[in-house]
Structures are given as C-alpha cells and as structure tokens.
Write a protein that binds this ligand. Sequence first.
Ligand SMILES: Cc1cc2nc3c(=O)[nH]c(=O)nc-3n(C[C@H](O)[C@H](O)[C@H](O)COP(=O)(O)OP(=O)(O)OC[C@H]3O[C@@H](n4cnc5c(N)ncnc54)[C@H](O)[C@@H]3O)c2cc1C
Length: 397
Amino acid sequence: MIIIGAGPGGLALAHGLRRHGIDAVVHERDARAGARPQGYRIQLDEPGLTGLRHCLPTELFELCLATAGAPPARVSVRNRYLEVLADRAAAHASGTADAVGPRAFDRPTLRRIMLHGLDGQVHHGARLTSYRHEDDGRVTACFADGRTATADLIVGADGVNSTVRRLLLPEVRVEDAGLRLVYGRIPLDARAREALPDWVFESVFTVLTGGPGEAHLGLGPVQFANRPDRAGRARTPVVDLPPVGDYLACMIGAPADHPAMPATADLRALPTAALRELALRLLGGGWHEDVHRLLARWDTASLLPLRISTTGPVAPWEPGPVTLIGDAIHAMSPVLAMGANTAVRDAAELTRALAGVTGRDGSLVEAVGSYESRMRDYAFPIVAESRRTGQQRVGQR
Ligand SMILES: Cc1cc2nc3c(=O)[nH]c(=O)nc-3n(C[C@H](O)[C@H](O)[C@H](O)COP(=O)(O)OP(=O)(O)OC[C@H]3O[C@@H](n4cnc5c(N)ncnc54)[C@H](O)[C@@H]3O)c2cc1C
C-alpha cells in the first residue's frame, strides 16, 4: 500500500497496517519531520484515542498517553467579562468504562512518537504530483522528483489541500471557513502557573468570545503527565523525544472580513512581532484583566497565522484502488477539535476493512468501499456540526 502524507492519519494507518502484516510505505513531501511548524496542542477524545489504540503498538500508545496532559473533560465558553455562556462535557465523551477522557498532546511530540518504529517505511521529500491506473488493476504514484511507486492501493492522507483528492474527486470544493487565527503558546513554568488564573486550567479548552463579528480567544492547557524527553528515555528501546515544557496553547481568531484583518497573503507574510500587534488590535478593548495577564505572557516567537478551511458537500463516489482519509476528504474548522480525531479514526476503520483482504480479486475494492461508506456516515455530520458550532461561537461562515 502507498500512503501519501505523514500527518496523524497517515502515520496511524501505517502502524495499523503494519500490525496486520500489510506492507505500507508513507510518502511525505516535507524534507524531514519538523521541517515546518506543525502547530502546538492537539486534543484527542474518544474517537482519536480508540483509533490510536487500535493502530499503534501497545508500547507506543502507552507512551502517547504517558506524555499527554489530562485536563478536566469540560469545554467552556465565556464572554469578554469571563461570564460563563456554556460549560459542557468535552466533545464525544462517552463515559464508557474504557474511555480515558480527553488528552492534550503536543503535536510535534505526538508526531515523533508516531514516526517511531516506522524506520524505512516513511520517505520524506516525496511530493506526490499525480497517479495512474495500470492494466493489472494496480496504481502508480508519481512524485515531483521523477520517482514512481506502484501498489494495490493509494491512500491520500495528504491533508486539506490534498493532491490525491483533486485527482480522485475534482468536483469536491474546499471552502474558506472565513476565519483567521494567530496561534501561539504561553510557556508554563511554576511562576507562570502561579500567576495565571485558575479558570484556564479547569477545562480542556476555553473560548472567550467577543460577540458577533468580533475576535475570540482560545486557550487550552498542555501539562505533561511526564516530560516527553524523560518519558521517551524511560522506554526500552529509548524513544528520542525533544524536551518540551508545559504550555497553554493560545490563539486569537477573527472573521476574515473583520475591518482590521489583512488579506491572507499579507497575513502570512507578517513577522511574528507584527502578528502579535495585529492579534491584539483584532481583539480590541474591554476584556477582563485576566485576559491581559495571559496575553502579556504570549510567546511572540511562537506565533503562526492560520486560514481555516472546511470541506463542502461531497456526494458518494464509486470505490476503487485510490481512497482518502482525514482532512483530505473531510477538513473541518477546529472548533470541536475533531479533525485529527476523525483522521485517526479513519485510519483504524480502513485498517479493519483491509485486514481481511488477501488479494486483488475485487475484495480490496469492496473493503475500500465499506470503509468509505462508514466514513461518510460518521465524518460528514461532524464537518456539519463543526460548521454550525463555528457559526454560533466564532463567526465562521
Ligand atoms: C489551530 C488548529 C487546532 C486544531 N486542533 C485540533 C485538536 O485539538 N484536535 C483535533 O482532533 N484536531 C485538531 N485540528 C485539526 C487537525 O489539525 C487536522 O484535522 C489533522 O491534522 C488532520 O490530519 P491528517 O493526517 O488528515 O492531515 P495533516 O495533518 O494535514 O497531514 C497531511 C500530511 O500530508 C503531507 N502532504 C500534503 N500534500 C502532499 C503531497 N502532495 N505529497 C506528499 N505529502 C503531502 C503534508 O505535508 C502533511 O504532513 C486543529 C486544526 C487547527 C488548524
């Protein structure tokens, strides 16, 4: 099998297939892991954690949990004066006996753990540009550097701007969700933790909304159960993880048509100090003093600009030897924190579907079809729910 993209979906799938003795190679366009900023916090709830448990070797799944924070399983929405507008159980918390509750991961750490044990199975610097069908039913992936690779199945796990999706389902549109974010971190050493308000640590994620058409602030603590580098060193064999301290993920978002918001290309070109100024300008005045205390500690060097997209309607399609998982087929705004959860769930569902397939006698396409049909049933309602929630809370289109 050929997997395009080494995000959470592609890496979970590579592990899942390997566990079932199915050969799979991941082709990733980045020159190396960590070649570009990948974002910070990533929250996995039941769908993602169950998928991860299914796909990863037990010791790696345990290392994921050992390095993740376990914040209270609540999501809180407040106004600029900190009055609580909503406070509910974190998304899709089932309360079943084996549910572990939401976990807050550091995204680069999670990726490093998921790359572990896939030596020789992940090719970096491999950007897929096209694929072609062979007469024997197999498919050949073509890469920017002229290399090709042929297999029974190509899985596009290549994210929101997926090349595989453009080739397979050219009619599918990815829409601008009308939201722009400035995303960064507030480092949490003991002094900072002491100085910051307790309410930030009482939920897995808190949204402070400025009201319709206005900016919002999002805050999510990442407090490691064990510091990742130490937890990795304690394993046999050792898993080499970077030293990273606790932090609060902190983002300021605003509608794309906010009068102070620059065009996307200009936003992306801003140096971090200018991003900070812009974000504070977008936020405007009248916020509770706790917000100012928090933002005074926002690490300017960590700031990244983001444009949020969401997949438009997708009609069912005929299954074949090319399929899609994750953001490649169901990108959604991050308001419900379900994108990576669903990508990892896809990986587990596709692994299950492919596990019983032995040859190219039609059973492979049948297995792909059964995965795609299930995925459409659970994933597209989450895209719609993310859109609705985004419209209500943060001015998504
Ligand atoms: C601010 C923010 C916060 C978020 N927080 C959460 C959260 O807390 N919980 C959650 O569940 N989700 C969250 N999400 C959503 C989550 O980030 C995505 O849904 C998730 O990363 C999708 O995983 P993926 O594997 O499908 O794609 P990606 O993570 O996008 O990975 C795709 C990979 O494919 C590679 N690629 C692309 N094109 C090619 C090509 N042509 N050839 C080879 N490789 C290619 C890319 O380089 C990339 O490595 C958040 C999103 C944002 C923007």
